[in-house]
Ligand binder design. Structure first.
Ligand SMILES: [Fe+2]
Length: 273
């Protein structure tokens, strides 16, 4: 069994500051780290699918480094539109081979148990939309051709529209080229994304794409295109992707906070079940 946890969109701020005046992202990220460290069994790896920072701002990465270092499991990161690939490479250590790729784009492939994780960089400096670029997509094609292990491809921007218009307007601009590549590789088992701050499931080129909720604020479920967008303090969460050769990849949504329970399935007298 291979177990990979996914957290996303931490939006860390400089020490003491909330995000958008409301969301205490630093505290909420610490609570997510505590929740992951309490998991038993521990995941084989934790992937952070972008928007680690909210700026990007060096003070934010100065807070992110010790936060991620507290995680017990190996950590892999990739940038979102609020991140800086250059600052991540400059200020983060011990979080996967983030210096692989090109000068502008970090991308790498690692084996984790029975799975392969391919991390991509869809961040465009100074812009909210995403773009992988022809060079990275060619690398992805060549990398997928090298191994037929079940593969999770992690990237911040989902390579599909999701129906929340203000987020779709800052989507991945070269999703068609990406989809053409993964359609050629049957062992692509799952696409892991963030960006939308909601739990969303869709398919791209016949592959399941799962978008994880944020560890902090969520984007309001607005499919009526009311601009501008809003966020809501719905429950922070994360994903646990569990793989066995028999079942393939099965994804569980888990919540960071504690809720009432657990309660036993107590059978009252006279009730058969
Ligand atoms: Fe985000």
């Amino acid at each position: 069994m291979t177990l990979i946890a996914q957290i996303t969109d931490l939006h860390i701020r400089p020490r003491g500051l909330a995000c958008y005046r409301v969301s205490e992202t630093n505290m909420l990220a610490r609570r997510a780290v505590d929740a992951l460290n309490a998991l038993d069994p521990q995941p084989d790896a934790i992937v952070v699918t972008g928007d680690l920072a909210n700026g990007p701002d060096r003070r934010e990465y100065a807070g992110i480094q010790p936060l991620l270092a507290r995680l017990k499991a190996p950590v892999f990161v990739l940038p979102g539109n609020h991140d800086s690939t250059a600052m991540m490479r400059e200020m983060l250590t011990g979080v996967g081979p983030i210096h692989e790729g090109t000068a502008d784009k970090m991308h790498y492939a690692v084996d984790i148990g029975d799975l392969r994780l391919v991390a991509l960089d869809s961040a465009v400096p100074g812009a909210p939309h995403g773009r992988l670029g022809a060079e990275q997509i060619a690398w992805l094609d060549a990398t997928l051709a090298k191994s037929d292990k079940p593969t999770l491809i992690a990237l911040h921007h989902p390579p599909a529209t999701v129906g929340i218009a203000h987020m779709d307007r800052i989507g991945l601009t070269d999703s068609d080229a990406f989809a053409r590549v993964i359609a050629r590789h049957d062992h692509v088992a799952r696409l892991l994304c963030g960006h939308i701050h909601r739990t969303i499931i869709a398919t791209v080129a016949g592959r399941v794409m799962t978008l994880a909720p944020s560890t902090a604020h969520q984007v309001a479920l607005d499919i009526a295109d009311r601009d501008p967008g809003h966020f809501v303090m719905e429950p922070p969460g994360y994903f646990l992707h569990r793989h066995t050769p028999e079942s393939g990849v099965v994804t569980h949504l888990a919540y960071v906070e504690a809720y009432p329970g657990p309660f036993p399935f107590f059978a009252d007298d006279g009730v058969e079940w």
